[in-house]
Design a protein around this ligand. Structure first.
Ligand code: HEM
Length: 324
């Protein structure tokens, strides 16, 4: 009898140990991971981000996007920062990034400053996570405590980047399934898409929408067509237009107001407000900026938790562009 009851007492303990072993490694991330090993980390990163955004406000948007493109491809492991080598073709020239992803020099400058303060301690993946938060705040968005302790990947995959980052032609189902597969909810999808309140997109990514789609405000469509974005593919492909037509260098909730007015620039923006299940979330964020802010923060923290390398996995890169 005694042995049966001690066995049943052991079950929850065993279950706990199994969960601990199998459990997500993100549990090991913590905002004070470097508080002993690099106490001035945050104060070292912020001024470098600030001066980059002072030079060019759009850079804040580019850095936020870089963090998204890092986390969606094999987790937040700094893989997006690696240059191509003879042994792997990295992510920088994958379709979603080529002629598009930017901000690598800013991450290099932050890394140099951090290496001077605390050599060999802080990962590039964590630097990107902090820089994305700082960029959001500098452009007027909400703040949060960034969880830290990620380590850097020793490899990168162009194919993984091509397969993992949703294209702007995606429909709502494709977007939700991609986000859900990474542990992000449909609400996270809508909140995180709200970062299209800052930054720019290239004609090649909105041409089909402004010429062929019907759920678009006609004067807005006209404004985004010629001369900036000619209808012929291959002409003006890299010409830019703001994702938020009103305040593209301010992190606010205008993106959602645009969607309600059928002025989303990308197909993948407007599908969030097109008579489907996410319309109500868009309406909430458009009329309630503080709900958007808190859901955005929750989404960024969850996105930052995607499959980090921790403990003895990966490495702490010396130079964010190459493995040690
Ligand atoms: C929901 C799926 C998403 C799709 C399909 C998508 C697609 C795109 C595309 C096509 C561009 C323009 C790129 C170019 O034309 O060169 C863009 C820009 C941008 N994206 Fe997304 N995105 C998505 C989600 C996100 C998320 C989750 C974030 C961040 C949390 C984000 C942040 C940004 C930012 C800030 C820009 C502007 C970058 C700049 O100006 O350099 N996007 N996105």
């Amino acid at each position: 009898m005694a042995s049966v009851s001690s066995f049943s007492n052991a079950i929850p303990i065993l279950a706990f140990l199994v969960l601990l072993l199998l459990g997500s490694t993100s549990a090991q991330l913590s905002p004070n991971f470097y508080s002993k090993s690099c106490p001035n980390l945050l104060a070292t990163v912020k001024p470098v981000v600030q001066s980059a955004v002072n030079r060019e406000a759009r850079m804040g948007a580019s850095i936020v996007r870089l963090f998204f493109h890092d986390c969606f491809v094999n987790g937040c492991d700094g893989s997006v920062l690696l240059d191509d080598t003879s042994s792997f073709t990295g992510e920088k020239n994958a379709a979603p990034n080529r002629n598009s992803a930017r901000g690598f020099e800013v991450i290099d400058s932050i890394k140099s400053a951090v290496e001077r303060a605390c050599p060999g301690v802080v990962s590039c993946a964590d630097i990107l996570a902090i820089a994305a938060r700082d960029s959001t705040v500098i452009l007027g968005g909400p703040t949060w405590n960034v969880k830290l302790g990620r380590r850097d990947a020793r490899t990168a995959s162009q194919a993984a980047a091509n397969n993992s980052i949703p294209p702007p032609t995606s429909n709502l189902n494709q977007l939700t399934s991609r986000f859900n597969a990474l542990g992000l909810s449909t609400r996270d999808l809508v909140a995180l898409s709200g970062s299209h309140t800052i930054g720019q997109a290239r004609c090649t990514n909105f041409r089909a929408r402004v010429y062929n789609e019907t759920n678009i405000d006609s004067s807005f469509a006209q404004t985004r067509r010629t001369p900036n974005c000619p209808s012929t593919s291959g002409s003006g492909d890299n010409n830019l237009a703001p994702l938020d037509l009103q305040t593209p260098i301010k992190f606010d909730n205008n993106y959602f107001k645009n969607l309600i007015n059928r002025r989303g620039l990308l197909h993948s923006d407007q599908v969030l407000f097109n008579g489907g299940s996410t319309d109500s979330i868009v309406r909430t964020y458009s009329s309630n900026p503080s709900t958007f802010a808190s859901d955005f923060v929750a989404g960024m923290i969850k996105m930052g938790d995607i499959s980090p390398l921790t403990g003895s996995q990966g490495e702490i890169r010396k130079n964010c562009r190459r493995i040690n």
